[in-house]
Design a protein around this ligand. Structure first.
Ligand SMILES: [Zn+2]
Length: 370
């Protein structure tokens, strides 16, 4: 709300209160601090998945007690962030199989919730302590610090000479180690902190990535749409799609969203399409329509980054230029799937950047070479 007021805009559709389970002011302040490089790492005891949803990259967070919206392939380690709680528990409390399978390797998908009495994932804990050992300051928000080993992390930072700031409403066992002690709600405190730092708290946006591709196999021409995560992992967020070609709409009723037809005998090197996406609707997203041109002589893939404003209920394409060819996407997937195996494995942003840059250079040199 503060952002809209600052911009002199008015909400046209509805207020935050009608939206369920979206990141709060504190979540978004943390995202802003991370982008600025002030906050290096986030350790969470929450299982609501809101930190991941807010935009904290997977390599910058340790979710000590799991994430109710995250399922992990037991075979390849790929992480699937869902818009619904993934737990099935059909086989009892300790059954973590969600009933779904990894669309990439076929492995069983397991929920990441830690039940009472189950050990916390060691690699996640290890990562949390490793990050804490490098910290010169630890900010604790809304935790009573009574659950071990989460409570040992701020203690470690204080004992190694770092500053400890605790903000919550009740006393904690570490109060005597604090540099700053604040009794308030997290949102009130973070709002004041960000104001003091002269930093804006961004409003939450939903980010979706869509690959639009085409290929030719056995004289058949296939066009396809697929949702992906930032690391290339498949994400199912499209319910149905409609692709208009040659002035006719074709409905793609479910995944896989693809359409095959005999290549028309036209001289054109391009095929112009109008694409309409309908979404699962977890955020009451309206359909989104856009034009796409398929290249007939050089089939490939284009990555669209879509951003949804849930308060205005508006979609937009963030960067239409972020083209990646098919080969580079599979390279990216390979590289990242290798990193995926360890849940705690850091996916370095730099690696992604390098890969994307490499892809752009490849494209450029391909375009300039005869
Ligand atoms: Zn898998």
């Amino acid at each position: 709300m503060w952002t809209l007021q600052a911009q002199g805009k008015q909400r046209t559709v509805r207020t935050v209160s009608t939206l369920k389970a979206v990141p709060t002011l504190s979540h978004m302040a943390i995202v802003a601090l991370m982008k600025a490089g002030t906050c290096k790492f986030l350790i969470s005891q929450n299982t609501d998945g809101l930190h991941r949803k807010s935009g904290v990259p997977p390599d910058k967070i340790a979710e000590l007690h799991g994430n109710a919206f995250l399922e992990i392939c037991e075979k390849c380690g790929r992480q699937y962030m869902r818009d619904f709680p993934v737990r099935s528990g059909a086989g009892g409390v300790n059954d973590h199989f969600t009933g779904r399978y990894c669309p990439v390797c076929g492995g069983r998908l397991m929920d990441s919730i830690i039940n009472f009495g189950e050990p916390l994932p060691q690699n996640v804990i290890r990562k949390a302590f490793e990050e804490a050992s490098k910290a010169d300051m630890c900010l604790v928000l809304g935790s009573s610090l009574t659950v071990s080993p989460a409570s040992s992390i701020p203690e470690q930072v204080a004992k190694q000479g770092g500053k400890l700031v605790i903000c919550n409403l009740q006393i904690t066992p570490l109060d005597n180690l604090c540099t700053v002690r604040v009794f308030s709600k997290s949102d009130d405190f973070m709002s004041a902190v960000m104001k003091h730092l002269n930093m804006e708290i961004p409003e939450w946006r939903l980010h979706r990535r869509l690959i639009v591709g085409n290929k030719i196999t056995n004289e058949k021409y296939t066009i396809y749409l697929k949702g992906v995560d930032i690391d290339g992992t498949p994400v199912s967020f499209i319910k149905t799609a409609e692709v208009s070609l040659f002035g006719r709409p074709y409905r793609l009723p479910e995944e896989p969203l693809q359409l095959s037809f005999k290549l028309p005998t036209v001289e054109d090197k391009e095929l112009k399409a109008h694409i309409k996406l309908e979404f699962m609707g977890h955020y009451e997203e309206p359909p989104f329509e856009f034009d796409h041109t398929f290249s007939l002589d050089a089939p490939g893939e284009q990555l669209y980054h879509l951003e949804y404003n849930p308060y205005m209920r508006e979609w937009r394409i963030v960067d239409e230029q972020s083209e990646i060819n098919a080969m580079t996407i599979s390279e990216l997937k390979q590289k990242l799937s290798a990193m995926h195996v360890d849940y705690s494995g850091a996916i370095e942003k730099q690696d992604l950047k390098n890969l994307l840059q490499k892809s752009t250079e490849q494209k450029r040199s391909a375009a300039t070479s005869p």
